[in-house]
Design a protein around this ligand. Structure first.
Ligand code: FDA
Length: 454
């Protein structure tokens, strides 16, 4: 049996970036991917009536200007991008379900706007003081990790509309958990990972551009370069390990290597059996991680009808089933596509409905933004990551209350020949493809011995 230099488990962006960097450095690498495709949480699918199908990105898709690791690899792979359509006014649906058009400032009371401004300033200051790769080192980290984000917001501010809007940005819209379910420290890390809270909540920053042909082209291009070093349909079930290396079992096949990269979300490490077992803290740390839950919904129409009405397609509604919506029409496409998100407890609720009832409710929610024209799409597509065993939710994983300070440092700790990583354990780019590229790069550098986390 050949002993490879490195085996990488998982052909998402993290695993493929690590593998490509190692291969470029002359290492003998083998990538084992359980699915019959590469890309993990990046996936483009064709949907629509026969002969009129269109491509829909059902996983990650946006690129922001500060994501320099992702932009670097897009340049390296020669993958062009285009901007999200954003001309015209945005919409804000208030608590009573009434849609209001707006330009720069949310159409809320002056006092609410001021309260949002104050909370934004406080969160920006906290994020600026934090290294997102080491959030537990922030002054007051233990306290901030013991208070839920919602409780902290309510302590800071007595304007419930301001609290609900700020809670929306990091709860349903980012960690995809209710704001009472994660700590303030976890919220600040999310903000710090994007450079600032202001960046994170600015759709023109965080949802700036898309890749021509879809973001899945990044893992596809990396896999093409790696060639037959990537093997699909290889669900790794058992890892035998000692200080000298690993033997990896896939069904009846075994593969040996000096080093192993487990490029899977922390929640999926427990699907693999280890001999000897992982030390208790490695298992327990990952038990305190969980995926958020968001259903990405896309509705394609004969035309982007909202544009003719002077609307950008961007909308926010903290109290609606679809809490945010954007124009998701690919460049050069005549038909118009809206993308919306149903998150956290609302996703639990509609998840129990029949497909038809869920579609009806989602489209009714889109109609509160855009009127009855939104009720009759040509094509309607829902992402279903929560049903896929090899993901288990969306967008990523995060800690429950207190977990970040207690267990955070363990997640990236190597164990003998084993390195662990995915976008869920990134500092900058946490839960984003940019973070996956960074973690992949860092792991490759660590294995090559030229510094660990950069
Ligand atoms: P990922 O989960 O992609 O890869 C892990 C791989 O390991 C998978 O291919 C899996 O099959 C494989 N695997 C698991 N267990 C295995 C085993 N035992 N043996 C072999 N293989 C195994 N990001 C962004 O930057 N912009 C965006 O707009 C969005 N939007 C977005 C929307 C939705 C709906 C989702 C689900 C996600 C996003 N994201 C995003 C997040 C982004 O997609 C995500 O952070 C990265 O793609 C994660 O890449 P990783 O390689 O870290 O994990």
């Amino acid at each position: 049996m050949t002993t490879h230099d490195v085996i990488v488990v998982g052909a998402g962006v993290t695993g493929l970036t690590a593998a490509w960097r190692l291969a470029q450095a002359g290492q003998d690498v083998l990538v084992l991917e359980a699915r019959d495709r590469v890309g993990g949480r990046l996936r483009t699918e064709a949907h629509g009536a026969p002969g009129r199908e269109a491509d829909f990105e059902i996983g990650g898709q946006w690129v922001s200007p500060d994501q320099d690791a992702l932009i670097g690899i897009l340049d390296e792979l020669g993958l062009p991008t285009y901007p999200r359509f954003r001309e015209g006014e945005s919409l804000y649906v208030d608590k009573a379900g009434v849609a209001h058009r707006f330009g720069d400032d949310l159409p809320v009371e002056e006092s609410t706007l001021a309260a949002i401004g104050q909370l934004t300033k406080t969160l920006d200051e906290l994020a600026a003081a934090m290294d997102p790769a080491r959030p537990w080192e922030l002054d007051d980290a233990a306290h901030l990790d013991s208070v839920s984000f919602r409780a902290w917001l309510e302590e800071q501010c007595d304007d419930p509309v301001a609290v609900d809007n700020i809670a929306l940005y990091i709860g349903p819209a980012m960690l995809t958990k209710p704001a009472h379910a994660f700590s303030t420290l976890q919220a600040v890390q999310m903000a710090a990972s994007a450079g600032s809270f202001s960046n994170l909540v600015d759709a023109d920053v965080i949802l700036d551009r898309r890749v021509v042909g879809g973001l899945q082209r990044v893992p596809l291009a990396l896999a093409e370069r790696l060639g037959d070093r990537v093997r699909l349909g290889q669900d790794v079930a058992l890892v035998e390990w000692d200080e000298d290396g690993v033997v990896v079992h896939v069904g009846a096949e075994i593969h040996a290597a000096h080093r192993l990269v487990l490029a899977v979300p922390p929640t999926l490490v427990k699907r693999i059996r280890f001999s000897p077992e992982l030390p208790a803290e490695h298992r327990i740390a990952r038990e305190h991680q969980s995926f958020g839950l968001v259903i990405k919904v896309q509705a394609q129409y004969e035309t982007p009808f909202w544009r003719a009405d002077g609307l950008s397609g961007t909308g926010f509604a903290p109290w609606q089933l679809v809490h945010e919506v954007y124009d998701n029409t690919p460049e050069g496409e005549q038909r118009g596509t809206l993308v919306g998100f149903v998150s956290d407890e609302r996703a639990d609720a509609v998840g129990r409905f029949s497909d038809e009832d869920r579609r009806r409710q989602v489209l009714a929610s889109l109609a509160t933004y855009f009127g009855d024209a939104a009720l009759e799409p040509l094509t309607y597509v829902e992402s279903d990551w929560q049903h896929q065993e090899l993901t288990g939710g969306a967008y990523g994983t995060s800690f429950d209350l207190g977990g970040l300070t207690r267990w955070g440092p363990v997640l990236r700790e190597p164990l003998g020949p084993i390195e662990f990583g995915s976008s869920d354990v990134a500092g900058h780019g946490f839960q984003h493809v940019d973070g996956a590229v960074r973690v992949g790069d860092e792991i490759a550098r660590s294995i090559l011995g030229d510094g660990s986390d950069g």
